[in-house]
Design a protein around this ligand. Structure first.
Ligand code: HEC
Ligand code: HEC
Ligand code: HEC
Ligand code: HEC
Length: 181
């Protein structure tokens, strides 16, 4: 009985060690692909990075910065993994040079932005809300007209991306604000 038991124990321990190793590997891969530097390694060649560097999310009076993954990569593990799988297409698009000139980037911007809007709409702008919450907006310091907009928006079940498109990047030239039509 005894020798068997210890073999089983060893097997379990070995299994746990292997599991930890694999999980550790997956975890560091997730971490490594979640840095601004990783995104910039491709995107500093296109407009997205330049526009970001000129936006208040890069530099502002409070010195709090949002990086690319803060807005584009979900934090909950399931959603994060799903997004990473979809993002594998970006590697392929990079290899095939889908956006490697300003002209190609602009030609694809509407399509890319629309996919991003759909994701944000579907998640109720979850990534925006990891930093901004309606409840934390101050009635004293936010302009009254804007504060009212936000209170009404919350009540009407609207989400950030409904009103704040183009908060970092230039809007696609094909985009038309529905309120202006
Ligand atoms: C290997 C190069 C590469 C890396 C690294 C990379 N991207 Fe991309 N990304 C691309 C390419 C190429 C496209 C254009 C995809 C297309 O044409 O469909 C793209 C498209 C996008 C889009 C538009 C999404 C869509 O559905 O069309 C977003 C947003 C984006 N990238 C954000 C990021 C963020 C955030 C990171 C870092 C976590 C990142 N990218 C890392 C190459 C890359
Ligand atoms: C990592 C935290 C973070 C995330 C995520 C984030 N923001 Fe911000 N946002 C900030 C900070 C910090 C400022 C600048 C505050 C200041 O001016 O001191 C800001 C400023 C703003 C402003 C006012 C300045 C401007 O550019 O008009 C708007 C609007 C805004 N954010 C909307 C959004 C939306 C929409 C999203 C999601 C797509 C988002 N934010 C995601 C932190 C964040
Ligand atoms: C019904 C439309 C609407 C919705 C929904 C909405 N906003 Fe706004 N927001 C505005 C308008 C209009 C302004 C003032 C003009 C501007 O800065 O774009 C504004 C301004 C802001 C500002 C700047 C405040 C200041 O004092 O400078 C921030 C930050 C902001 N919104 C964040 C958000 C976030 C985050 C969400 C989602 C939780 C959100 N908003 C949802 C309409 C909206
Ligand atoms: C504060 C949130 C925020 C940050 C930070 C941010 N983005 Fe975006 N990004 C958006 C939103 C929102 C869209 C959808 C289109 C729009 O409204 O401008 C978008 C769209 C894009 C697109 C599609 C093309 C386009 O112009 O619409 C790419 C590519 C992209 N982002 C890459 C990046 C990269 C790379 C970084 C970091 C250098 C970054 N983004 C930082 C919010 C953000």
């Amino acid at each position: 009985m005894k020798p068997n038991q210890s073999a089983l124990t060893k097997l379990i321990l070995a299994g746990m060690a292997l599991g930890a190793l694999l999980l550790g590997g997956a975890h560091s891969a997730l971490e490594a692909t979640n840095t601004q530097r990783f995104c910039a390694s491709c995107h500093e060649r296109d407009a997205s990075y330049k526009e970001y560097r000129a936006s208040p999310h890069f530099s502002n009076r409070s010195g709090v910065r949002a990086g690319c993954p803060d807005c584009h990569v979900p934090r909950p593990l399931g959603a994060k993994l799903a997004r990473k799988l979809v993002a594998a297409r970006e590697v392929w698009a990079q290899v095939t040079g889908a956006i490697d000139t300003p002209e190609k980037f602009e030609a694809r911007r509407m399509e890319m932005a629309t996919r991003e809007w759909d994701r944000m709409k579907a998640s109720n702008s979850r990534e925006c809300r990891s930093c901004h919450v309606f409840e934390a907006m101050s009635a004293e310091t936010q302009k009254p007209s804007v504060f009212k907009k936000h209170v009404d928006a919350e009540a009407a079940g609207k989400t950030c991306i409904d009103c704040h498109k183009g908060v970092v990047h230039n809007l696609p030239k094909e985009y038309r604000d529905p309120d202006e039509e």
